[in-house]
Design a binder for this molecule. Structure first.
Ligand SMILES: [Zn+2]
Length: 381
């Protein structure tokens, strides 16, 4: 081989290497499906259980294989079953900005005394999906920092979502509430710009309804993206109110959406097994989210002040500037119903606007679940 030939070969190899490094990966539903099979094989995985510890080890290991490091966010939750050690898992993909978009789901499964509940769709699908999503997203260009989060303790320890606990200390969403509280404590909440939550995304008959408590512009944007990609039959234009891990974020003023298919007959029964599911749900949800992210970033950048008080952090301003900013923000919030101010009356408004048309206090539709207290009449996760 001549010197020139060797040089050309080296150059070609270098270019090929650069092309590979810059090549954005596509979402692979088969990989997500393998993760699901392995998680489900661990058996029931309620918060605090050895099986959930194994799930954590699995998620951590699989992410390490693709070069990602998991941060653990451990905490102890006070539950109706006593003090339970829980751990949120977080993968951070740094962007050009420190501001964060969080893509999350829960990885615990519901404790079901007297039954074997492996939570293939409920807890399994979100956990598996996010492992593959993290692998793909690290290859994607991004402006914001993207965080992938697996929340622990979404499920209630008592039989129903609102059987135990109080409005201030509910028996559910332990991990997401801890995440938000921790961000607040660290003064980092202003950098949390949006939350995209996925839950129960692998039903063979997949249909996502527009969760009516979610931030309107996020729902519109993701539903429009899905429609453009030809998934209008899955991302359906009907609405439903659902309580889930997005609620603590909404309450803190963070734009948030819950992408969930609650129309799943084996929900919270031993029948929630992998044979009811299909990898197609992973493929569709993955493609829609990956396609939506750049538009969400654009919207957040263009939206600026619409982010609310968290974006124009008063601590960084003089008192006069903060007052002016507060006035502007209030005016914008009043003029824009979808602006994301903390909503103390969130439950009430969501019950009132539920497309189910089910009056508060009536049994929850389709799920055979009657509830009491704060969540009355609202289907819950
Ligand atoms: Zn559940």
């Amino acid at each position: 081989m001549t010197r020139g030939g060797l040089g050309a070969l080296v150059l070609a190899a270098t270019l090929a290497g650069a092309a590979v490094a810059a090549q954005p990966e596509a979402f692979d539903p088969a990989r997500a499906w393998t993760h699901l099979e392995r998680l489900v094989a661990l058996g029931p995985r309620p918060a605090g259980s050895p099986a959930l510890r194994q799930a954590r080890a699995y998620i951590t290991r699989e992410l390490a294989v693709v070069g990602l490091t998991v941060q653990e966010q451990p905490f102890t939750a006070v539950t109706p079953a006593g003090r339970v050690d829980m751990v949120n898992l977080i993968v951070r993909l740094p962007g050009r900005r420190q501001d964060r978009i969080i893509l999350a789901g829960h990885y615990d499964t519901k404790p079901l005394p007297g039954g074997t509940f492996v939570g293939a769709n409920d807890g399994g699908s979100s956990a598996a999906f996010l492992i593959e999503l993290a692998r793909v997203l690290q290859t994607r260009d991004r402006e914001f920092t993207w965080e992938i989060a697996w929340f622990d303790g979404e499920e209630a320890f008592c039989a129903n979502w609102s059987d135990c606990g109080t409005p201030e200390s509910p028996d559910n969403t332990y991990g997401s509430r801890h995440y938000v509280a921790e961000a607040q404590r660290a003064g980092a909440l202003p950098s949390v710009r949006a939350l995209i939550l996925v839950d129960m995304i692998a039903d063979r008959q997949l249909r996502f309804l527009r969760e009516s408590g979610s931030t309107r512009w996020l729902v519109d944007l993701i539903w429009e993206t899905a429609d453009r990609l030809g998934h209008g039959d899955v991302f359906v234009n009907q609405s439903l109110a659902v309580e889930d891990d997005h609620q603590p974020f909404l309450d803190a003023g963070v734009p948030a959406i819950d992408i969930i298919d609650l129309d799943y007959p084996p929900w919270h029964t031993p029948g929630d097994t992998i044979d009811k599911l299909d990898p197609q749900g992973f493929a569709i949800t993955g493609d829609v989210l990956i396609e939506s992210l750049p538009a969400i970033e654009k919207r957040l950048i263009a939206g600026g002040v619409h982010r609310g008080l968290n974006a124009i952090h008063p601590a960084r301003m003089t008192a006069a500037a903060a007052t002016t900013a507060m006035t502007i923000w209030r005016a914008l919030a009043a003029a824009s119903p979808e602006a994301n101010q903390p909503r103390t009356a969130a439950m009430t408004s969501r019950i009132a606007t539920s497309s189910h048309g089910r009056p508060p206090g009536s049994p929850s539709g389709g799920r055979g679940r009657s509830t009491s207290g704060i969540g009355v009449g609202v289907p819950q996760r």
